[in-house]
Design a binder for this molecule. Structure first.
Ligand code: HEM
Length: 277
């Protein structure tokens, strides 16, 4: 059957193939939108933090609204902040590269090396992020500190699992844990995108300045829990024999793609745009 031929009604095999294709395309559409949004995030990091750091203007980090960037006299905190934001580029681009099927198929050695770099960087980012949050400390409210710390713990747990499965050559399990690690790593990116959907649409309902309003709490939790739940639906739909289940999850992914696209536009216009030039 070609892409243009509709599945014959009453042929469950053909219907399943068509639903598989729909599911695959919905996942690809989300990935394309996410790749654009994550590239914009990386662009902002390089244009703002990268440029200020290279030119030695650490105090300039604070030209962008952040809680605690450069602090005079806090050499360790400043150093770890710089390492954290600059490694954000490596982990974000590394994660994107790992998901490109052509790289996995045509350059498996590159895939293995980027994988190692991705997991080690994710580990360093999560540990560094935990230190910035609890050790420096940097948070707006205890609840927001707890929620981002939970994100950090999930990054550590999923990265260890993905690495262990790769070493054990359990490729299917490795793929599942690596996808979970990728989504946990991108929790901070999803949060910014989700805030940029919620705030304009609801005029900031349930949000406050300390990230502890009901909507703030839900968004911070959903930033990593919701993508992980959608991923579980996706993995089960891939394995399912039910064309209906595959189509339902493809529909869910289409909705998530539209929301992600809205959030990416909002994040670029409101959050990152002023620091991207
Ligand atoms: C691994 C994925 C992560 C990425 C890509 C990432 C990226 C970033 C970026 C770009 C910033 C600069 C703030 C901005 O301009 O938006 C930042 C700051 C920060 N990150 Fe992360 N981060 C990650 C994980 C974490 C985790 C897991 C934690 C906590 C456990 C954390 C804690 C912090 C803290 C406390 C700051 C300073 C925030 C401020 O002063 O406003 N990060 N991170």
């Amino acid at each position: 059957m070609t892409d243009t031929q509709p599945a014959k009604s009453g042929d469950p095999g053909a219907a399943r193939l068509a639903a598989d294709r729909m599911l695959r395309r919905a996942a690809q559409a989300w990935f394309c939108v996410a790749a654009i949004g994550q590239t914009a995030f990386v662009w902002m990091i390089l244009a703002h933090y990268g440029r200020k750091t290279v030119s030695g203007d650490m105090a300039g980090w604070n030209d962008k609204p952040i809680i605690k960037g450069y602090v005079a006299g806090d050499s360790l905190g400043n150093l770890l902040f710089a390492v954290h934001v600059l490694l954000a580029v490596v982990v974000t681009l590394g994660g994107l590269m790992q998901l490109v099927p052509a790289i996995r198929a045509k350059a498996p050695a590159l895939h293995r090396w980027t994988g190692r770099v991705f997991f080690v960087t994710a580990f360093v980012m999560a540990l560094g992020g935990l230190w910035l949050t609890c050790g420096r400390p940097t948070y707006l409210s205890l609840v927001s500190a707890g929620l981002v710390s939970l994100n950090g713990v999930l990054i550590l747990a999923f990265s260890v699992q993905a690495w262990r499965m790769a070493v054990a050559r359990r490729i299917d399990a490795h793929r599942r844990w690596a996808l979970r690690a990728y989504l946990a790593v991108n929790g901070v990116w999803v949060l910014r995108v989700a805030l940029m959907v919620w705030a304009p649409l609801t005029r900031g309902w349930g949000m406050d300045r300390t990230l502890s309003g009901p909507a703030d709490i839900a968004l911070q939790l959903c930033a990593y829990v919701l993508p992980l739940v959608v991923l579980e639906f996706y993995l089960r739909a891939q394995e399912s024999v039910s064309a209906k289940a595959k189509r339902a999850v493809a529909g869910l992914l289409a909705l998530v793609t539209v929301l992600t696209a809205l959030g990416v536009v909002g994040a670029v216009v409101i959050l990152w745009g002023p620091y991207m030039l």
